[in-house]
Design a binder for this molecule. Sequence first.
Ligand SMILES: Cc1cc2nc3c(=O)[nH]c(=O)nc-3n(C[C@H](O)[C@H](O)[C@H](O)COP(=O)(O)O)c2cc1C
Length: 357
Amino acid sequence: MSREVLVKILDLARWAPSGDNTQPWRFEIVEDNHVAVHGFDTRANVLYDFDGRPSQMAHGALIETLRIAATGFERLTEWCVRSGSPDDAPVYDVKFAISPGLLPDHLLPYIEKRVVQRRPMRMLPLTPEQRDALSMAPGPDFSVQFFESSSQRLKVARLLWDSAYIRLTCPEAFKVHQEIIEWGVRFSNDRLPEGAIGVDPITAKLMKWIMQSWGRVEFFNQYLMGTIAPRIQLDFIPAIACAAHLLLRPLKPLDTLNDYVKAGIAMQRLWLTTTSLGLHLQPEMTPVIFRWYVRGGREISAQTEINSKAQLLASRFETLAKVSNNHGFAFFCRVGSSTTPKSRSLRKLLSQLLLSE
Ligand SMILES: Cc1cc2nc3c(=O)[nH]c(=O)nc-3n(C[C@H](O)[C@H](O)[C@H](O)COP(=O)(O)O)c2cc1C
């Protein structure tokens, strides 16, 4: 296999999604048919990267995107986690083999089109065909639970409203929020551009000013109902304005690095399938992540009030999904049709992601 083909596959796979566009991977070209993907996570300084799980799911999304991209060049893909590599810096050995006559995966055209839509979408219900395609997309190890009726979407909206309160009042989350947004731009190579966050320009200006210090955030939250405007725009309205919320549930509880990588593969298949159906998607991972903390017996914050709120949130999420507290949740999102977002995250250049040989 030529180096040129390998570079094309890597270049396309860069478009895999990752939490806050962190792109927690670097590529080492070992041979022209072998790439070592050096994964990493941000658990040390990002509250949401609980035990590195969201990053590991992003690694899975990348591996699946590599596989799909390779089918465009008649290549089959095999991958494994290199034995002995640590969970917080896993190395994935990805190998490609020529398979003459292999047809391109039907999701190939959607790798670059897939994008987050954080703004309100149409409430047009899913068709039975769309529902079937979304149910099948993640493969046999996962099920997809749909929350579609207006009363279910209202319940999800309330859940997200409460989850967002935790997010906005948690000092440990503040420094993450401060770093992930690139203000005043439509496109960002390594963060979320202001235009893709989903707030109007005036709220964005206010947010930018408030987020310069935790003191300002606390003051606004306490005296000026500072959490209300962002929660209405970023959580409540979008939760109602969509076709459905989808909960990706593993049939067996997720436990190891491999399990989360496979959840990421399933997530990416679901997301690309959504795109292939002409729909958009927004992940809604905060309630899932807060529940991971709670069910893992771990604290989100030094503030006890925040941890108590998270306990309640986890129970309410389980009631909504009609499951007990030992059921695994992998990924939560909303889907619907809408115009294509004018603002989006881009990616680092391939040269920035390649480790020097
Ligand atoms: C595991 C994971 C969790 C994510 N969680 C959220 C989320 O809770 N809310 C959100 O708006 N976007 C979420 N995202 C979307 C990323 O921010 C987005 O994929 C990234 O910024 C790149 O943008 P793009 O997908 O439009 O290319 C998540 C993505 C991944 C892979």
